[in-house]
Ligand binder design. Structure first.
Ligand code: NIG
Ligand code: FE
Length: 411
């Protein structure tokens, strides 16, 4: 049996509370223990409480002194495109000159340029790069990520990406939840209808049969997949037992949020252009909104989603990085917390809830991750600050001190 105690956190931010995603006022309740500690055995949390009590129970178990720093559950990043080759530096520079995401995509940049690079990359190259990204996440205090395919767009290339995600899960400490996003863009050499058929008839059955994804996602947007195509793909995925997420209402209000409400998706992501009706549709089936302010910021837009209205309506809001080479090149959850507070008027406590326990529930991991409670995985991060609000307050540099996954130091 391996055991470890961590003692003397200025604040042990436990997020202990009801079993389920938190909404409304609950999002502000972090269940903080001052001078807190935790005792862990075999990668699971055993005891959580004031340091003196934990110390007594720990006996001669090895202990780590948090030195008056803040300890939080490892961040759960519920929306990333972690596996890709190349970069999008040219897009970045063009955007700085004033071109839009859509104009750049039409001119040969955008998702398609990453698809081209990812298709020619070998499995080994892709895995090596993905491991580098996994390490960035761990260094920033994130211990669980959702990871999407979507830069392959052929049967074999989509499966190649999902297998890299599977290997990341086995070969790195980062816990990865796989999502199939074959419907990320329409390949240049096929018609929309042909490609939708390929997804439904060939990709989805293989993904399900080989157990390579838990979720199916789509990019429902003008110039990508319309509502009818998205409905067809998501319905087929649901029939195969996959749970649903979706990129909706990012650049235009296309009715995507309504569709996800209707289909009972786990999450609706982006929502920059979602209106009251879209918010009401999410509420009617309690779809969790996943807000991605990093992509709004990096695209140079000011159109942030209506986080306050969503929280006030009672939706269990999630925050994520949307880490990808095009629209959100960041793995930093603290940066996302900063954007959530400054641009979307969420409180620091709401932002922490959105990036831990709510995110874990949105991935079907709420029983194991997202809070520091007995029986859960000992996944936690130590930050070099005394008050959890500092995480959202200081921005642009990392304050992560150390990160543990299943009771073992991972960074
Ligand atoms: O979430 N919106 C579509 N997909 C990504 C962008 C991917 C890319 O540009 O490569 C997003 O923003
Ligand atoms: Fe995305």
């Amino acid at each position: 049996m391996s055991a470890l105690a961590i003692l003397h956190a200025s604040q042990l931010v436990t997020l202990a509370g009801p079993k389920g995603p938190r909404s409304g006022e609950e999002m502000s309740e972090l269940a903080i223990i001052r001078d807190g500690g935790m005792l862990m055995r075999d990668g699971n949390i055993g005891v959580v409480g004031p340091s003196d009590e934990v110390k007594e129970k720990a006996g001669d178990v090895e202990s780590v002194d948090a030195g008056g720093r803040v300890v939080l559950p490892g961040f759960v990043d519920a929306h990333t495109h972690l596996v890709f080759a190349g970069d999008r530096l040219d897009d970045f520079e063009r955007r700085a000159r004033g071109e839009t995401y859509e104009e750049i995509a039409r001119a040969g940049g955008g998702i398609w340029s990453t698809v081209t690079r990812t298709r020619v990359a070998s499995d080994a190259d892709l895995l090596e790069k993905a491991k580098k990204h996994a390490n960035w996440f761990l260094q920033s205090g994130t211990t669980t990520v959702e990871a999407k395919s979507g830069y392959g767009l052929t049967v074999e290339d989509e499966l190649k990406i999902l297998r890299v995600i599977q290997r990341l899960n086995r070969e790195t400490p980062l816990e990865c939840v796989p999502t199939f996003l074959g419907a990320h863009a329409i390949p240049h050499d096929s018609s929309p209808d042909e490609y939708v058929d390929l997804i439904i008839n060939e990709m989805l059955p293989r993904v399900a049969q080989e157990n390579l994804a838990e979720f199916c996602d789509i990019f429902c947007e003008r110039g990508y997949f319309d509502v009818a195509q998205s409905r067809k793909i998501l319905t087929a995925a649901k029939n195969l037992g996959l749970k649903l997420r979706g990129h909706v209402d990012q650049l235009t209000n296309s009715g995507g949020a309504k569709l996800l409400g209707e289909l009972g998706a786990m999450t609706a992501d982006h929502l920059e252009k979602t209106d009251e009706q879209g918010i009401a549709a999410l509420k009617s089936t309690n779809v969790q909104p996943v807000l991605l302010p990093g992509s709004v910021y990096a695209l140079g837009s000011t159109s942030y989603p209506r986080a306050r209205e969503m929280i006030d309506t009672g939706l269990a809001v999630v925050l994520a990085t949307d880490f990808n080479p095009g629209s959100s090149p960041t793995v930093s959850m603290p940066m996302i917390l900063s954007l959530a507070c400054t641009q979307m008027k969420m409180s620091p406590a709401e932002a922490i809830t959105a990036s831990t326990i709510n995110a874990a529930y949105s991935l079907g991991r709420g029983e194991k991750a997202g809070s520091l409670e007995p029986g859960k995985l000992a996944n936690f991060s130590v930050f070099d600050c005394e008050d959890y609000r500092e995480l959202a307050y200081w921005f642009g540099f990392s304050r992560a001190h150390s990160v543990y996954v299943r009771g073992k130091k991972a960074s």
